[in-house]
Design a protein around this ligand. Structure first.
Ligand code: NAD
Ligand code: UDP
Ligand code: UDP
Length: 317
């Protein structure tokens, strides 16, 4: 039987969070979006503000939050290296204290809780593609550790609240995801390359461009979130969510130049410390447990993302 639920989305004014809020509203639920607007913006959810089933609240998840909800999607956390390294202590606090507060809330009200974890828990992986039972290779004292170790500790907390307090948890490990509403200045590779191409500027490849990533379009990912949340109580994860189509960063740059018709040249810069050399999800678990597969091809997703940034650039000039 369908029932309207009260759903909390932390980080709901960000790239993924805003798409998730939209999807949950389309399904007829009441959505409470909580965000401190560090990397997210009201613009991402402004079109939802007139909806009587949507509420927006400015709040930092490192502080306690007392509400009555049925489900929680915990997405609050800066996701791009530039932003999470800007104030690394705050990044760890957001992951760890944020998880404790949201788990405490879930425990008090008996809510189901989803955690947006990350492929970064695998660090610079020695196993390829990455399966969920691979324990990772993270440098605990490097510049990416605030994010990677923060997310690892959050996973620990989720599984301990599950074992110790019987909470219903859903832990997803998200691989690189892109699409409209990505932050234009967050330095992630897809947004950087598209914006550089739209201005005919040089495309900045870090390292030799042979490192790989596998890019998932946001709509496929959100479908995976919703399917995971709907699973039986016994399904806790972790489950990898991502698109296994792997390409080199150089190929991505060439693809973006082709699709935008840019006159940009490729230039090579230093590879940042601890930058993983390859990354590709093994999604067997998502396929079998969630009956989920990504459906949007890179060409299609890039075309839509290019259109989004083209409009953004036009409106700014
Ligand atoms: P994003 O930066 O657009 O969204 C994060 C949101 O969290 C922003 O709206 C930000 O303002 C908010 N936020 C940050 N700190 C907060 C705090 N202390 N209190 C309240 N709100 C806070 O990034 P995104 O790509 O939408 O990522 C969403 C989640 O998914 C993050 O947890 C991220 O780690 C995870 N994830 C994303 C990707 C990806 O490729 N996009 C990959 C792996 C994991
Ligand atoms: N918490 C919250 N909202 C709630 C319930 C708890 O933010 O509705 C926070 C609370 O501040 C606490 C944390 O969640 O620090 C963990 O709660 P828990 O009950 O697990 O632990 P305790 O209160 O015993 O520290
Ligand atoms: N990258 C790049 N040029 C850029 C931005 C990123 O070559 O302008 C590289 C980066 O070094 C990494 C890959 O692209 O190898 C993906 O970077 P992103 O920050 O998007 O994601 P993550 O490293 O977290 O997977």
């Amino acid at each position: 039987m369908w029932r309207r639920k009260r759903i909390l989305v932390t980080g709901g004014a960000g790239f993924l969070g805003s798409h998730l809020c939209e999807r949950l509203l389309q399904e007829g639920h009441d959505v409470l979006c909580v965000d401190n607007f560090f990397t997210g913006t009201k613009d991402n959810v402004v079109h939802l503000l007139d909806n009587p089933h949507f509420e927006l609240m400015r709040h930092d998840v490192t502080f306690p939050l007392y509400l009555e909800v049925d489900e929680i999607y915990n997405l609050a956390c800066p996701a791009s290296p530039i932003h999470y390294q800007h104030d690394p202590v705050q990044t760890t606090k957001t992951s760890v204290h944020g998880a404790i507060n949201m788990l405490g809330l879930a425990k008090r009200v008996g809510a189901k809780i989803f955690q947006a974890s990350t492929s970064e828990v695998y660090g610079d992986p020695e196993v390829h593609p990455q399966t969920e039972d691979y324990r990772g290779s993270v440098n605990p004292i490097g510049p990416r550790a605030c994010y990677d170790e923060g997310k690892r500790c959050a996973e620990t907390l989720f599984f301990d609240y599950h074992r110790q307090h019987g909470l219903e948890i859903k832990v997803a490990r998200i691989f690189n995801t892109y699409g409209p509403r990505m932050h234009p200045q967050d330095g992630r590779v897809v947004s950087n390359f598209i914006i550089q191409a739209l201005y005919d500027e040089d495309i900045t490849i870090y390292g030799d461009g042979r490192q790989t990533r596998s890019f998932c379009f946001y709509s496929d990912l959100i479908e995976g979130f919703v399917r995971f949340m709907a699973t039986e109580k016994s399904v806790s994860g972790p489950i990898n969510l991502g698109n296994p189509h792997e390409i080199t960063i150089r190929e991505l740059a060439e693809r973006v130049i082709d699709m935008t018709g840019a006159k940009s040249k490729l230039i090579f810069k230093d590879l940042p410390a601890d930058d993983p050399l390859q990354r590709k999800p093994d999604i067997t678990k998502a396929q079998t447990i969630l009956n989920w597969n990504p459906t949007v091809a890179l060409e299609t997703g890039l075309a839509s993302t290019i259109d989004y940034f083209r409009d953004l650039v036009k409106n700014r000039s």
